[in-house]
Design a protein around this ligand. Structure first.
Ligand code: AMP
Length: 221
């Protein structure tokens, strides 16, 4: 079985939810650049100060910042048996940076150890999904007010904490994130296809069905 999984797809395509499930199932960490960057902003680090302006506008944070954050994360003990990358790489340039980072860590390669899984779904469906996305700030559970609502509106089913909405999930920033995705990230589809490591999942289905498709891909390899 492969050890490194790259989850590729537009914002809100359900990658985060499936990553958490796969991370539990395989006991490998979910490495999510968006969360790592938001943590830097919260902790008011130098990297966080640079990242904030870009995130608020729905633009990509400069590659030097993201590469530093990701390289640091992949060296941690819990990444030595594999990991799931969610939100990185996000451009051809970042894919090349990932190749260099993997070479320097000398543990896994794109060609032999990696699967890129593309979540295929229509953009307009996604914009609605993003605007209705809420998450629990305490335990991280993700909800959707329309397709996967909490039992009590606005409160987490698991720990009863009041749910929050990400600042960049408003309509204007959501649309800007899609434009960035189409321009910068969509070309990775062909890049990974040419490397022979791309697999596709239809993501306009219920979460449980996507999960079944994902397991089939991951365990068949
Ligand atoms: P996400 O949580 O993956 O939707 O990311 C939220 C925001 O963080 C994005 O809109 C970007 O501004 C920034 N970001 C996350 N991952 C990356 C990355 N790999 N490269 C550049 N910016 C990123």
């Amino acid at each position: 079985m492969k050890k490194v999984f790259i989850f590729l797809g537009p914002p809100g395509s359900g990658k985060g939810t499936q990553t958490s499930r796969l991370s539990d199932k395989l006991s490998i960490p979910h490495v999510d650049t968006g969360s790592l960057l938001r943590k830097n902003i919260q902790d008011n680090t130098e990297l966080g100060k640079i990242a904030k302006g870009y995130i608020d506008k729905g633009q990509l944070v400069p590659i030097e910042v993201v590469s530093e954050v990701i390289k640091d994360r992949l060296q941690k003990d819990d990444c030595q048996n594999g990991y799931i990358l969610d939100g990185f790489p996000r451009s051809i340039e970042q894919a090349q940076a990932l190749k260099d980072i993997l070479a320097s860590l000398d543990k896994f390669t794109l060609k032999d150890d990696t699967l890129a899984i593309y979540f295929d779904i229509d953009n307009e469906v996604l914009i609605q999904r993003l605007i209705n996305r809420r998450s629990c700030p305490k335990c991280g559970t993700i909800y959707n007010l329309i397709s996967n609502p909490p039992k009590i509106m606005d409160y987490c089913d698991i720990c009863d904490t009041k749910l929050t909405q990400r600042k960049d999930d408003n309509e204007q920033t959501a649309r800007a994130r899609f434009e960035t995705y189409e321009k910068e990230t969509a070309p990775l589809y062909e890049y990974f296809k040419q490397l022979g490591i791309l697999r596709e999942i239809k993501a306009d289905k219920p979460i449980s069905e996507i999960w079944e498709d994902l397991k089939q891909i991951v365990f068949e390899e």
